[in-house]
Write a protein that binds this ligand. Sequence first.
Ligand SMILES: C[S@@+](CC[C@H](N)C(=O)[O-])C[C@H]1O[C@@H](n2cnc3c(N)ncnc32)[C@H](O)[C@@H]1O
Length: 351
Amino acid sequence: MNMRDNKKNILEKPFEYFIINNRRYLGSKTKILEFIQNSIDKHIKKYDSFLDIFSGTGVVANHFNKKNIKIITNDMLFSNYIIHYAFFSDDIYDEIRVLELLDYLNNLIPTDNYFSESFGDKFFSLEVSRKIGAIREEIEKVTSKITKREKYILITSLIYSIDKIANTCGHYDAFKKTSIMQNDFKLKPLSIDNESNVNNIILNADANKIIADIEEVDILYLDPPYNSRQYISAYHLIENLAKWDKPEVEGVASKMVNRKEYNSDYCLKTAINAFGDLINKAKAKYIILSYSDMAKKGNDRSNARMSDAEIIDILEKKGKVFVESIKHKPFSTGKTNLSIHNERLFICQTY
Ligand SMILES: C[S@@+](CC[C@H](N)C(=O)[O-])C[C@H]1O[C@@H](n2cnc3c(N)ncnc32)[C@H](O)[C@@H]1O
């Protein structure tokens, strides 16, 4: 088959696409995007830049990503950075080449590998985990022939595909012991809105370490973890797959032995100090903090790390503060039966 026939063949295949909101993620704001938009419309007339410094899945940044709005994303997890780069970068990429590679990767014949040895018969069946590892290994092998963005699009597709069939309730702290494992695993392309990606910046660092170096923005949106659960503990498998440096793993959930470097200050009892430092260094016309009111409602691990009084005290030193609130049932870790609570936005118009 010549290149032209192959191109035609690939394009004619009825693909389904992943959209950015398709991921299960603790603290994801997918379901309250409208509330965030309405609250911003109520308090802020005009904005051209939006810094989402704890981006997670990137759904909030995605919501505000327009041709005339520059978005800056950041997350300390490399796996999230890869996803943001795939969806928000303005690096050009060859869509046909990506489709051809997805097709090629879907048809690999898997053998045992690091991923199947670490996670087989746990989060995935042995057969599927062999395939996941084989695909990730092959992406590494083709790296020199493709661009950074193409590579990150392929890894993002892999992350979204495995999330669909993982034997979990949406995170990798634990796997379900009794369920039947799914074998219908397939990479799908991403639905990317390149038109909106103009001048965006994609970062991967501890927010407190980079805030002083980031240019002034119109809106700084903050959605830090609000309880003691470290994101690396819940998403270790995804981070491991994204980085692919095959670290030693331990325990039933096969978490990387060395996870300390990923620990967030916002999950500690001293979270308020990190928050104060961040606000102090921030340069923004408006600062918006998402913070739920879980305090003393769930178990000890799910209690909020910062009190409302502490938050308001810090924000009032920076500007005038408004609070907007909506009832919301969060996506929980499965261990705690969390009832409906208030998801709040603390909006600070800086002096
Ligand atoms: C509540 S989630 C954000 C959810 C996101 N708004 C969404 O809708 O998907 C918090 C995120 O902050 C990240 N994080 C935690 N501490 C951080 C820090 N010090 N600097 C940067 N990112 C951090 C975590 O990895 C996690 O993805």
